[in-house]
Write a protein that binds this ligand. Structure first.
Ligand SMILES: [Zn+2]
Length: 223
């Protein structure tokens, strides 16, 4: 991270501190539970707590990198995974279909023994962890995004810290395209449609989710 990114982050932290004083509306408990499980468990292996390093696909799902590596290496998927899993994650065929997430730090929560917390470095907010009734983590989680291909994670409003004309990642300062902002665990159907459309466009351009070009050795084969 360059000096510019550091000072931007410092200002952003101050802004977040102010926001924390505001009240947060509470959702229905059951709905909240389902929502929270996506923020605590690997999308592929639902019995595994999310733990660094994390990766994400073009849909903004969260996975443990180890689970995805196992998935990619498994030759006999029919035997190792359920039909539902195979169908749900068939879009992950190679490492280029995922992006490793950056700017996250894992610590042990003070309030809850043995419970890990993953914090987002940019803004120093809770990304994953036990919800403290006094924290606004639930609210914050709704707005986390990452940028492809750098994988830097931040809250969406952090993107507004940079000049819109420049479109530079506030963390690594690399230039990105507006379409390469991936909302994490979004439940907004419109947003999910945008993500599907983005991937369709990338496929037509022979580009993977992580921005790398597909090899065109056998154009008939397709994907
Ligand atoms: Zn970045």
């Amino acid at each position: 991270m360059g000096a510019d990114g550091g000072s931007v982050n410092k200002n952003y932290n101050l802004k977040l501190q102010i926001q924390k004083d505001k009240d947060v509306p509470k959702d229905d408990d059951t709905k909240e539970y389902i929502k929270q499980s996506r923020w605590n468990y690997c999308a592929l292996k639902s019995n595994e707590f999310l733990t660094l390093p994390l990766v994400s696909d073009y849909r903004g799902n969260l996975y443990n990198k180890t689970s995805i590596l196992e998935w990619l290496l498994e030759k006999d998927k029919q035997k190792a995974y359920s039909a539902q899993q195979i169908d749900k994650f068939k879009h992950i065929k190679r490492l280029n279909d995922i992006v490793q997430l950056n700017g996250l730090t894992e610590t042990v929560s003070d309030e809850n023994e043995n419970r890990r917390v993953i914090k987002c470095d940019f803004g120093d907010d809770v990304f994953i962890g036990t919800l403290n009734p006094n924290s606004n983590a639930t609210n914050a989680q709704k707005n986390f995004v990452y940028i492809s291909p750098c994988g830097d994670v931040m809250q969406r409003n952090a993107l507004g810290l940079m000049k819109k004309s420049e479109r530079k990642c506030p963390s690594c300062l690399n230039v990105y395209k507006s379409t390469d902002i991936i909302p994490i665990n979004s439940e907004d159907p419109q947003m999910l449609k945008v993500l599907e459309d983005r991937m369709t466009t990338l496929k037509k351009q022979n580009i993977y989710h992580n921005g790398k070009a597909r090899k065109l050795a056998d154009p008939k084969k397709g994907s």
